[in-house]
Design a protein around this ligand. Structure first.
Ligand SMILES: Cc1ncc(COP(=O)(O)O)c(C=O)c1O
Length: 400
C-alpha cells in the first residue's frame, strides 16, 4: 500500500483520521505542516508588531521576517528580484488588483482573452473590467482533452488583444495548460500576460524567468501555507504599468490634503497592515517544502494520480472531466446526482467537493450542473484511496 513519508509532518491528518475523516479536498485548501504551525506560534508568542513603520525592536524584527519571506517567495519562483513579489490576501485579490491596475490601458473595443475553463476568480474581474471599459471579453474554447485549443487561440488572439489571462492548471480538469505557446501568441501581439497559478503552484517549482509571463498569482493556503496571504509576481517592467488601486497607510510617500505621491511596487500595492503572520508563515512553509525531495514528492503524486484514475475507471457510467495529469479528478456518474453522492460520501467521513467548483460557465460548456471532485496532496496515501473507494461502493449501492 502506498505510504506518504510527509503525512506525519501534518498534524491535522492524524486528528482527522482518528475522527474517521479522510481529507480529499486539497485543491480547495490544503492541510498545514507543523513547520507552519510553529512559525505562526513563534510569531504570535514573541510579540507582534507592525511592519515598515516603527523603529522599536519588535517592529524591526517583524519587518525583517516579513521582507525575508518576500525573499523566500522570490527564490521559490526564481524571480529576478524580491521587488517582483507583492503580497496580497489571496489569488482572487491579486487578480482584482491587476484588473484595476491595468484598467487605464484598455480602450473601447480592445480585447481581453481568457479561456473557457477559468475559475470565477480569473473570469469575473476581467468580465467586469471589460464592462467598465467597453472592451470585449474573448473566451478561448477547449479541445476534446480539456486543454485550451491552440488552433482557436491563434485565430482569437490578435491585434486587439491587450491582456491574456489564463490558468496554468485547471481546478476542474486537472491538466497543465499549453502556456508556452499561448503566452508567445499574446506576446507577438504585444499583449500583457497573466497566469493564474492558484493550482499550478502546488505541483512542482515554476521558474518565472523561464515562463516569461508578465504576472503570476497564487494563494498561500493551497500551497500548504496559511490563509489570508497571496502573491502577485510581476516582472519589474510589467509592474511599472500598474496604477495604484487601494489607498491608505504605507503605500504613500507624500500625503497632502489635495495631493499624494505613492511608492512603487511592492510597497505601493500593499496598502494598510498586511497579513504579517501569514506572510512569515508562508515563508516558513516554503522553507519546509524546499527541504523535501522534490523528485520523491512528484513521484508520490504521480502514484496517487494513477491509483486514483485506475480506481475510478472501474465504475460503470463514470464520466471523467478532461484528462487530468495530477492527483485530481472531477467526475459525474450516469443517473446519480453529484450532490447525493457527495452527501453519502460525507456521511462516511470522506471529504470531497461537489458542485460547480467556481467554474459555472465551464460546467455549462460540459453540459452538466456540477460534479464530484477528489483532490489529493502530498500527505495522502493508499489508505485514503482505499477508504474513498469503499465509500464509493457503498454509496453507489444505495443510489443505483
Ligand atoms: C484555479 C483557481 N484560481 C483561483 C482561485 C482562487 O483562489 P483564492 O480563493 O485562494 O483566492 C482558485 C481557488 O480555488 C483556483 O482553483
Amino acid at each position: 500500500m502506498l505510504c506518504s513519508p510527509w503525512r506525519s509532518d501534518f498534524p491535522a491528518l492524524a486528528i482527522l483520521e482518528a475522527q474517521g475523516q479522510t481529507y480529499l479536498d486539497s485543491a480547495a485548501t490544503a492541510q498545514k505542516p507543523q513547520a507552519l504551525i510553529e512559525s505562526l506560534t513563534g510569531y504570535y508568542t514573541s510579540g507582534t508588531a507592525n511592519v515598515h513603520r516603527a523603529q522599536h525592536q519588535a517592529a524591526e524584527r517583524a519587518t525583517r521576517a516579513f521582507e525575508n519571506a518576500r525573499l523566500k517567495v522570490a527564490h521559490w519562483l526564481n524571480a529576478r528580484s524580491p521587488t517582483e513579489i507583492l503580497f496580497t490576501h489571496g489569488a482572487t485579490e491579486a487578480l482584482n488588483l491587476l484588473a484595476y491596475g491595468l484598467e487605464h490601458l484598455l480602450q473601447p473595443d480592445d480585447e481581453i482573452v481568457i479561456s473557457a475553463l477559468e475559475h470565477h476568480a480569473n473570469l469575473l474581474p476581467w468580465q467586469q473590467l471589460a464592462q467598465r471599459r467597453g472592451a470585449k471579453l474573448v473566451v478561448l474554447p477547449l479541445d476534446k482533452d480539456g486543454l485550451i485549443d491552440l488552433e482557436s487561440a491563434s485565430r482569437l488572439i490578435g491585434s486587439r488583444t491587450r491582456l491574456l489571462a489564463v490558468s496554468q492548471l485547471s481546478n476542474v480538469l486537472g491538466a497543465w495548460q499549453p502556456l508556452t505557446p499561448l503566452l508567445s501568441l499574446a506576446k507577438t501581439q504585444g499583449a500583457l500576460t497573466i497566469v493564474d497559478g492558484a493550482q499550478g503552484v502546488v505541483h512542482g517549482r515554476h521558474d518565472m524567468q523561464a515562463l516569461a509571463c508578465d504576472f503570476y498569482v497564487f494563494s498561500g493556503h493551497k500551497l500548504y501555507g496559511p490563509e489570508g496571504v497571496g502573491v502577485l509576481y510581476g516582472r519589474d517592467e510589467s509592474l511599472l504599468k500598474l496604477k495604484h488601486w487601494q489607498f491608505g497607510g504605507e503605500m504613500v510617500r507624500i500625503a497632502e490634503y489635495q495631493h499624494a505621491e505613492f511608492h512603487a511596487a511592492p510597497l505601493g500595492f500593499e496598502a494598510g497592515t498586511p497579513a504579517i503572520g501569514a506572510v512569515i508563515g508562508l515563508g516558513a512553509t516554503l522553507d519546509y517544502l524546499s527541504r523535501q525531495d522534490a523528485t520523491a514528492v512528484a513521484a508520490h503524486e504521480q502514484k496517487l494520480h494513477s491509483q486514483l484514475l485506475s480506481g475510478l475507471s472501474a465504475y460503470s457510467g463514470l464520466r471523467l472531466l478532461g484528462k487530468p495529469t495530477i492527483a485530481l479528478a472531477c467526475f459525474t456518474i450516469d443517473g446519480v446526482h453529484h450532490g447525493d453522492l457527495a452527501h453519502l460520501l460525507t456521511e462516511q467521513g470522506i471529504a470531497v467537493r461537489s458542485g460547480s467548483h467556481c467554474a459555472q460557465p465551464l460546467m455549462k460548456t460540459l453540459g452538466i450542473d456540477g460534479a464530484i471532485r477528489v483532490s489529493l496532496g502530498l500527505y495522502n496515501d493508499g489508505g485514503d484511496l482505499q477508504r474513498f473507494f469503499s465509500a464509493m461502493d457503498r454509496a453507489l449501492e444505495l443510489l443505483q
